[in-house]
Ligand binder design. Sequence first.
Ligand SMILES: [Zn+2]
Length: 189
Amino acid sequence: MKKEQLLEEILKVNSEFVAEKKYEKHQAEKFPKKKLAVLTCMDTRLVKLLPEALGVENGDIVVIKDAGGVVSKPYGDVVRSLLVAILELGVTGIMVIGHTDCGVQNMSGDEMIHLMTERGVSEETIQNLKYSGLNFDEWLCGFDTNEQSVRKTINALENNPLLPKDVWVEGFVMDTVTGKLTAVPKATN
Ligand SMILES: [Zn+2]
């Protein structure tokens, strides 16, 4: 769909939404009632499925999304968001929710670099970034299994020195079709 057509359609729906006061049923406080933050994937299939499958409404929880629902850096945007959720908004627990058939699973640094160069990024730019310390493999890697990815993110959170130790972190994998949650045990042995 062309940008103009897409935006026109969205803005039309938006005007109607406001005019018909469809927002009224969504009104809520900014502090999450359930004191819960959910870190999950940006996958399109979870947009409505995840909140409905968790039984949450506007105002209930904080949701942080990225590709894969992972913490790839100890001091990046996800941890920043979680710190705000905990320190400013009163969150006391974090659910990390991976999902089946995740697009990030088979991603790799090399493949992403290949796609970037196909889209006009020069080899020189890539090399310069590598020399300046950017580790593409670490930053853009996928994962072998959902459980492994969730566990890695839980470890990253539990070992982050800036996150208060009294905040609980639990991991799950959601079935992308049915919304069923399966707990990911923390212990690997
Ligand atoms: Zn995903």
